[in-house]
Design a protein around this ligand. Structure first.
Ligand code: WTA
Length: 693
C-alpha cells in the first residue's frame, strides 16, 4: 500500500521530481505496487499485521511457513524498486550461497532519503545531538538529500566508481551519515572504521579493503575532549599504497596539515550540484563492509548487500521498537559499529523516521546526559548498551528522576547480556515501570536484530534478562557442540545456530569467502553458527549465555566500555609484536573476564623471556601502550598477569578454558587438566592471579 500511495504522490504535478530517471523509477514502482496487491491479497495477515499489530507468534509462524511470500510481499510494499525481482530466495546454507530478491534493481539511498524528501521535505531526518548538550541541530530530509548528493557528486568527480571501497573514519556528524549514503547512491562500498581505532588498525582495514578513498575530519569531539583524526589518518595512509585521496571535513576547525592527497571536503562539496542521479544497483550488489573481530588476528570485513539488508533493517526497526510515524527515535550507538549502521541510519531512514545522532558519551557533562536529552528532544525509543546502564545506575536515581521521561515507550539494549539489577533499574527507574525493555540479540553478521522480546502490545509479557523470541524469519536452533545435533525440546543449553536463511544475513567476508564458509557454516553442517551459546528455558524463551561458552570460540570477547567487539587474537597479536633485539616477552594469552561495569574485561597472561631485566610494572605499562597503539585505547587489558608459563596442550595450543577460569578467579573449577603438556603451570597461575583494576 505504502509503496503505491507514495508513487502516486510522487507522480503528481505538485512534486519536486525533476530528474527523468526518477520519474521512470516511480512509474516502475507503481507497476510493482500493482503486483504487490496480488501478493498481499494472498497473505492478508501481513498487511493486517502492519496495520493492526497481530500477535507476534502468528506473524512469526507465517514468516517461517512461507518465507518467499512473506519477504516478497514485504519487499514489494516497503521498498521502492527500479525493477521488480523475479524470485525471492535462492539460498543453500550448506554452501553459503545466499541470494535474495533475484534480479531486483533498487538504490538504497533513494529508499532512505529521496522518497521521504519527495513526500515530506521538511521532516527532520536527523537530530544531531552534539557533544555539548543543548546545541542539537536538525537536518531535514531535504537537507540530507542535498548534502548526500553533493557528497556523492564530489566522490564521482574524483573518480570514485561503482564497486570501489571508500573508508569512512569520521566523528558522529550528519556529514558522516551523508558520506555513507553518498556511497550507496553511487554504488561504492563503504567501510566505516570507528574513529577510536589507532592508525595501525586503520591501516590494516584500509589495505584489506583496498580502499582508494578515505573520508575523515580534522578532529572528533567526545566528552568535551577533542581528539585528532586527520593526523591519525596521515600516519595510517603512509602504509596504504592503495590510497590516492583523502577528503577532510571540519568538525572543530582545528588546523590540520594538508598534503598532496588531501582535499577539504566541504569546499569540494560546495562546487557540486545538489542533484545526483542514483546508480541502479542489483539486490545482491554490496552495500557496505564492516570489520569485526574473528578467531584470528586479522579482522573480518563482513559484507552486506543492498535489498535484503535494507528490508530486514527497516522491518526490525519498526517492529522491535514499535516505531510509529512521528516518533523521535534515539539509538546512541556509534556509526562505526553495526548498531549504528542498522539502527541509527539504514533502518530508521528507510522508515522515514527522525533518528538521533548522538555524538557524546553517557557521562558528559554529567551522568544525567541521556535523560536530559530524552526530556529535551522528547525521545520515544531509547536504544543503548547494558554497560552504559550499569555505569549510570551506580551514580544513583536522582540523575534520572530529575528529568521528564514521560515520552519514552520502549527501552532497548544490545551487545551483551543485561544482568537483572541493570534490567530492573532500566525498567523501574528510567522507564518508570511503564516502558517495554527490549533486550536485543544480534551480530554484525546478522545485519539486524534476530532475537528480542517484541513490545508487549503484540506479545506476551517480557521477562528480565532474556532476548526471548526470534524475529520474523529467524529459526534458532540450540545445537549440541559435541555431536552437532540439534536439541529439541526445552530447558537445553548449547551452541546457538540459525537453521534458515534470512534476508539481512551477511553474504561473505570481503575477499575471503572461504573463511566465511569455514567460520559460520562448517562448524555445524546446514546451520549458520553464531559463535554464541544459548539456553532455551522451560518456557521456550531463549537466553544468550555469551560468546565465551565454547572453547573454539573463546577468541571473541568484549570490552564493553563503548561496546567494542574485540578478538582475543587481535589483542594477543598486538602484544606479540615486539621483535628485534629487545624481545622481552613471549606469546600472550588473553581471556574475557566478568567486569562489574564493563560486562567483560580483558585479562592477559604474558610470559617473559628468561633474561629480562626490566621491571614488571614497566613491562605492563609498555604492553598496554602497545595495545593502545595497534588497536586503540579501549582495547587495553584491565589486568596483565606475568607468568612463567601458559597452559598448553601437547600440540602447543593454549587451553583457553583454563585461562578463562583462572582469569575469573575460579581456579577451583578447572576440571581435567591432565591433557596439559605441563600441568604444574596451573597452581602457579592461580597463585599469581592479578586483581581487576
Ligand atoms: C553479543 C552487536 C547477549 C553476542 C549488535 C554477539 C549479546 C555479539 C547481545 C555481536 C544480547 C549481542 N545478549 N549477548 N542481547 N547482543 N551480544 O557484532 O556475543 O558487535 O555474538 O554486534 O555481541 O557483537 P557485534
Amino acid at each position: 500500500m505504502y509503496g503505491r500511495a507514495l508513487s502516486c504522490a510522487l507522480l503528481s504535478p505538485t512534486t519536486r521530481c525533476t530528474i527523468p530517471q526518477l520519474i521512470r523509477y516511480f512509474a516502475r514502482t507503481a507497476a510493482a505496487g500493482a503486483q504487490q496487491d496480488v501478493t498481499t491479497a494472498q497473505l492478508p495477515e501481513i498487511s493486517q499485521y502492519f496495520q493492526k499489530a497481530l500477535p507476534h507468534q502468528e506473524v512469526y509462524d507465517l514468516s517461517l511457513n512461507n518465507p518467499s511470500a512473506f519477504w516478497g510481499s514485504l519487499a514489494r510494499t516497503r521498498l521502492s524498486w527500479y525493477r521488480d525481482f523475479d524470485d525471492v530466495i535462492d539460498c543453500d546454507m550448506t554452501k553459503a550461497k545466499l541470494k535474495w530478491f533475484i534480479n531486483g534493481k533498487l538504490n538504497v539511498s533513494v529508499n532512505c532519503v529521496d522518497r521521504h524528501y519527495m513526500k515530506t521535505p521538511d521532516k527532520v531526518a536527523i537530530i544531531w545531538e552534539k557533544d555539548e548538550p543543548g546545541q542539537q541541530e536538525n537536518v531535514s530530509y531535504k537537507q540530507l538529500y542535498e548534502m548526500m548528493n553533493q557528497l556523492a557528486n564530489t566522490l564521482k568527480s574524483h573518480g570514485v566508481r561503482r564497486g570501489d571501497r571508500v573508508c569512512i573514519y569520521m566523528p558522529m556528524t550528519p556529514l558522516a551519515v551523508a558520506a555513507m549514503l553518498a556511497c550507496a547512491r553511487i554504488g561504492a562500498i563503504h567501510s566505516v572504521v570507528f574513529a577510536g581505532f589507532s592508525a595501525d588498525a586503520l591501516t590494516s582495514r584500509i589495505n584489506d579493503a583496498k580502499a582508494e578513498t578515505v573520508i575523515t575530519a580534522d578532529q572528533v569531539l567526545r566528552g568535551g575532549k577533542a581528539i585528532d583524526l586527520k593526523s591519525t589518518v596521515d600516519r595510517a595512509v603512509l602504509d596504504c599504497p592503495c590510497v590516492r585521496q583523502v577528503f577532510v571535513a571540519q568538525r572543530t576547525g582545528a588546523p590540520v596539515s594538508m598534503g598532496q592527497m588531501d582535499m577539504p571536503l566541504e569546499s569540494e562539496m560546495a562546487k557540486q550540484s545538489t542533484e545526483c542521479e542514483p546508480e541502479v544497483m542489483g539486490s545482491e550488489d554490496y552495500l557496505f563492509m564492516l570489520y569485526t573481530s574473528g578467531s584470528t588476528g586479522q579482522p573480518k570485513g563482513i559484507a552486506h548487500t543492498q535489498a535484503g539488508y535494507l528490508l530486514y533493517a527497516a522491518i526490525t526497526h519498526q517492529t522491535v521498537f514499535d516505531y510509529r510515524e512521528g516518533d523521535i527515535y534515539a539509538c546512541v550507538a556509534d556509526i562505526g559499529w553495526i548498531t549504528g549502521h542498522t539502527y541509527v541510519l539504514y533502518g530508521p531512514l528507510c522508515n522515514g523516521a527522525t533518528t538521533v545522532l548522538f555524538e557524546s558519551i553517557p557521562t558528559y557533562p554529567d551522568p544525567g546526559r541521556y535523560w536530559e536529552m530524552v526530556e529535551r528532544l522528547r525521545v520515544n525509543q531509547f536504544y543503548g548498551s547494558p554497560t552504559a546502564i550499569r555505569l549510570l545506575l551506580k551514580y544513583g536515581d536522582s540523575w534520572v528522576t530529575r528529568y521528564d521521561r514521560s515520552s519514552l515507550r520502549v527501552l532497548g539494549t544490545v551487545g551483551e547480556p543485561i544482568n537483572t539489577e541493570a534490567w530492573e533499574w532500566y525498567h523501574n527507574v528510567v522507564g518508570n515501570g511503564k516502558c517495554d525493555i527490549v533486550d536485543t540479540w544480534w551480530q554484525t553478521e546478522t545485519g539486524g536484530i534476530c532475537i528480542a522480546p517484541r513490545p508487549s502490545r503484540v506479545a506476551a509479557p517480557i521477562i528480565p534478562g532474556a532476548a526471548m523470541r526470534p524475529m520474523f524469519g529467524i529459526a534458532p536452533a540450540i545445537v549440541c557442540p559435541d555431536s552437532g545435533k540439534e536439541f529439541t525440546g526445552n530447558d537445553v543449553y548449547g551452541a546457538l545456530c540459525i537453521k534458515l536463511p534470512w534476508p539481512g544475513m551477511a553474504r561473505t567476508i570481503y575477499g575471503h569467502h572461504n573463511r566465511y564458509v569455514d567460520t559460520y557454516f562448517k562448524p555445524f553442517q546446514g546451520y549458520y553458527f553464531t559463535g554464541d551459546g544459548a539456553h532455551r528455558d522451560k518456557d521456550g524463551y531463549i537466553h544468550i549465555t555469551g560468546a565465551s561458552a565454547f572453547d573454539e570460540w573463546t577468541t571473541v570477547l568484549f570490552n564493553s566500555r563503548r561496546r567494542h567487539r574485540l578478538g582475543t587474537a587481535e589483542i594477543e597479536d598486538s602484544m606479540d609484536e615486539h621483535g628485534g633485539s629487545d624481545v622481552a616477552w613471549a606469546p600472550a594469552g588473553c581471556a574475557g573476564i566478568p567486569h562489574p561495569v564493563k560486562g567483560e574485561g580483558v585479562y592477559a597472561f604474558v610470559t617473559l623471556m628468561e633474561d629480562v631485566q626490566k621491571d614488571t610494572d614497566e613491562i605492563i605499562t609498555e604492553l598496554k601502550s602497545m595495545v593502545k597503539k595497534q588497536i586503540g585505547s579501549f582495547a587495553a587489558p584491565e589486568c596483565i598477569q606475568i607468568t612463567p608459563g601458559l597452559p598448553k596442550t601437547r600440540s602447543g595450543k593454549i587451553m583457553r578454558r583454563i585461562l578463562r577460569k583462572i582469569a575469573a578467579n575460579r581456579g577451583d573449577e578447572l576440571g581435567d587438566v591432565s591433557t596439559l603438556a605441563d600441568p604444574s603451570v596451573v597452581p602457579m597461575l592461580i597463585a599469581n592471579h592479578a586483581p581487576i583494576e
